[in-house]
Design a protein around this ligand. Structure first.
Ligand code: NQM
Length: 358
């Protein structure tokens, strides 16, 4: 039926990612049926996703499912699904802070939320990690405003800002900010911080992996020795981070850090986890910034940051990313008081999407 009549969907850019947005009621309730439909819509599995609307890259093969939140913690529920490109898989095991920036506007587009003109504020319940983000975005003439003057690295031009604030994202996937209880662990002989402030990430110094950390993504993806070592580290990190066997999972991510090359505080290169990110994921960036602020971490040794400032500017392959992290060490162990970011989002297309019939 759906291959004939189509399924209601909107294509939106959220931050440096792009995905297909659905209202929950427009998709099958059964997760297996839903995932099968999503792969048929995106064109998975195929490296070019040629028979679907996926963009042949993990950052554009993403789905957001949105609904009214049925309990008091928030106004809307957001489930993020990473749809494989080459691999026939759909995963709900990671969150996406980039698509998150488009959730409020999408919910308003679909009349799940109503706001008067001015700055709208809404709480989004992120189902993947059972945590809440507060999103702020502008409304004019009864609709979300997409045009604006905010530039973010990795997206050409400017658009309206969406600010996101997080209060309870520590340990969302792993149970704790530092799931091993340590600031430094040794994995395959490489010192690393295993951290989860919204996204589970293994943070290492690039120099400890025999790279500079300033290479292009193409060079890093072409370095087979590095990729072999990173995967070895990731598979070791999975159980240590309470994630179990991660051979089929898209988490943890891997970030290599180096002293800033420009005016930022820290230079980063991130694998998500098998492709090199052209920028850095939102929650990934928040986790990396947090690791760098913890005294004694490998990342803290390459951080060049004004003491006391809660803004950490991360350099990445296509520019910089500013993460706001307020960390308290009052109890001796790091506790995240507040994290936040600024993104932009845009409605790209609205209509019906047609799954392949085979
Ligand atoms: O870290 C890529 C992205 C992401 C995820 C990834 C994200 C985040 O750039 O919050 O947004 O890490 O797979 O969208």
């Amino acid at each position: 039926m759906t291959s004939t009549h189509g399924v209601r969907a909107m294509v939106m850019r959220g931050g440096t990612s792009k995905g297909l947005f659905f209202v929950a009621g427009d998709l099958p309730a059964d997760p297996d049926e839903r995932d099968d439909l999503l792969m048929k819509v995106m064109g998975t599995p195929d490296p070019r996703q040629i028979d679907g609307v996926g963009g042949a890259d993990p950052l554009t093969s993403k789905v957001a499912i949105v609904d009214r939140c049925s309990h008091g913690v928030a106004e809307v529920d957001y489930l993020f699904l990473q749809v494989g490109v080459e691999v026939a898989a759909v995963s709900d095991r990671q969150n996406c802070g980039n698509l998150l920036s488009a959730i409020g506007p999408f919910a308003m587009e679909r009349s799940l939320l109503e706001f008067p003109d001015g700055m709208a504020e809404t709480r989004v319940h992120m189902l993947n990690t059972d945590s809440v983000a507060t999103a702020r975005f502008e409304i004019a003439e009864g609709a979300p405003v997409y045009a604006g003057s905010t530039a973010i690295s990795g997206v050409p031009g400017t658009a309206a800002a969406v600010t996101l604030e997080f209060s309870d994202i520590s340990g969302g996937s792993t149970g704790a900010l530092l799931p091993t209880g340590r600031v430094v662990d040794q994995l395959a002989g490489v010192p690393a911080t295993l951290i989860d402030n919204g996204m589970p990430v293994v943070v290492m110094r690039a120099a400890d992996l025999d790279v500079t950390g300033y290479e292009s993504c193409a060079d890093l993806e072409g370095n087979d020795d590095l990729r072999g070592l990173l995967e070895k580290i990731r598979l070791e990190a999975g159980p240590m981070m309470n994630l179990g066997d991660v051979s089929e999972a898209t988490i943890p991510k891997l970030t290599m850090v180096a002293p800033p090359a420009g005016s930022g505080d820290l230079c980063t290169r991130t694998f998500v986890p098998h492709r090199c990110h052209q920028a850095i994921g939102v929650l990934g960036a928040v986790s990396v910034a947090t690791a760098a602020l913890i005294p004694g971490s490998p990342a803290s040794e390459v951080l060049r940051h004004a003491a006391g400032s809660s803004v950490v500017t991360l350099e990445h392959p296509s520019g910089t990313f500013e993460a706001v992290v307020e960390l308290s060490m009052d109890s001796g162990a790091p506790v995240v008081v507040r994290s936040g970011i600024v993104r932009t989002a845009r409605k790209l297309m609205d209509g019906l999407v047609y799954p392949r019939s085979y």
